[in-house]
Design a protein around this ligand. Structure first.
Ligand SMILES: Cc1cc2nc3c(=O)[nH]c(=O)nc-3n(C[C@H](O)[C@H](O)[C@H](O)COP(=O)(O)OP(=O)(O)OC[C@H]3O[C@@H](n4cnc5c(N)ncnc54)[C@H](O)[C@@H]3O)c2cc1C
Length: 331
């Protein structure tokens, strides 16, 4: 059997994303007993600085397609390129990190290749399934976490899954395979890069809430995208960044990459300021481990106050400008 791991680079430090290393180790643990193979595919500009680490955790070969025009990844281009690599390499399993990028690319590739995909798996294993031989058992909570479901793609290959960072921690022992990077550039069909897509300007992913000490997050109570400017002002004054609830994202007040919670980013900053967020369990799952939580909400019974260290009952349109006023006075 063969597993392909989609390798991503963290643009903030040019290193391999932790989840890509974790998935390589997981792939190795599944492939090794079967005498299988683990390969990686990196598509972007400039191989991550520490790519060697992938071989320490069991990668046999890394396919590297680096092209300046791929610096701002275009999902549609990556979909085409990765689909071609998969057709060529014929892996049985393809794994993606459940990052913003991975969540974007994985369904596009799955639909392109007409195969199945299970998102946010918490466990993966390869086992015999009926008369179908070895299949990937994709295990994840379902129906709001009330049951654990095992999902199997019985017929189609590759079998594809996404996994969130930190869910499958690295093993203590390394494997130390020899470094083996295959450059695809020389042989790659230029047409596949589809210049018309590359001309589309895409925003660089600059948001990294996990690395931010102070997160000022807004919810439906912020009321509009324009009003989110208040939160950006407060975040800037405090040296932090802006997060959002899913409702705020769904209403179009903030980009998806800012979503905090069960289906967004999980953050543990020194300070989390929740503005106009009711504090539903799915939001709390992404922020309740913050060291200090301040909640601003005009509803005194909002559940966010149950977990806040400090609560301000009031209209955020009055409270935040007052905070900004005092912060400016302190300067
Ligand atoms: C499977 C699943 C996954 C989910 N994943 C996530 C997730 O990752 N992240 C997430 O956030 N949610 C998630 N949700 C949605 C979640 O259940 C809630 O719907 C959402 O968090 C509510 O967002 P909110 O608090 O911004 O909005 P609301 O619940 O509408 O709350 C708005 C709050 O703003 C207050 N308010 C209104 N006006 C003002 C004002 N002027 N000043 C101060 N306060 C004001 C109100 O009192 C209220 O408490 C998920 C749901 C499901 C089913």
């Amino acid at each position: 059997m063969k597993t392909l791991v989609y390798i991503e680079k963290d643009p903030t430090n040019n290193k391999v994303r932790e989840v890509s290393v974790e998935l390589t180790a997981k792939a190795y643990s599944m492939m090794e007993p079967l005498d299988g193979e683990v390969i990686g595919a990196f598509i972007g500009y400039g191989l991550p600085e520490n790519s060697d680490v992938l071989f320490k955790y069991g990668m046999d070969e890394l396919i590297n397609l680096t092209d300046e025009r791929l610096e701002n990844l275009q999902s549609m281009v990556v979909k085409e390129v990765l689909s071609e690599i998969i057709k060529e390499e014929e892996p049985d399993i393809v794994l993606f990190g459940a990052t913003h990028n991975g969540r974007d690319i994985a369904p596009l590739v799955a639909s392109n290749l007409k195969t199945g995909l299970t998102a946010d798996c918490t466990q993966l294993k390869v086992d015999d399934y009926k008369d179908k031989g070895k299949r990937l058992f994709q295990i994840r909570p379902a129906f709001g976490g009330n049951i654990i479901a095992t999902i199997i793609t019985p017929e189609d290959t590759p079998m594809m899954a996404t996994v969130r960072e930190g869910v499958m921690p690295l093993p203590s022992e390394t494997v130390d395979n020899p470094v083996n990077v295959e450059k695809l550039n020389e042989t790659f069909d230029e047409e596949l890069i589809m210049n018309e897509f590359l001309s589309v300007v895409q925003k660089e992913q600059k948001v990294n809430l996990k690395k931010t000490d102070i997160v000022v997050s807004g919810g439906a109570g912020v009321g509009s995208a324009e009003n989110f400017k208040l939160l950006h002002d407060l975040a800037e004054a405090l040296g932090g960044d802006v997060g959002a609830s899913r409702a705020a994202v769904d209403f179009g007040y903030a980009d998806k990459e800012r979503q905090v919670g069960q289906t967004g980013t999980v953050v543990r900053p020194k300070l989390y300021i929740a503005c106009g967020i009711s504090g539903q369990v799915q939001h709390r799952a992404g922020m309740e481990e913050s060291q200090k939580i301040i909640a601003i909400n005009k509803g005194p019974d909002a559940p966010i106050f149950d977990i806040a260290h400090k609560g301000i009952v009031g209209d955020l349109n009055e409270v935040i400008p007052t905070m900004l006023h005092y912060l400016k006075e302190e300067e």
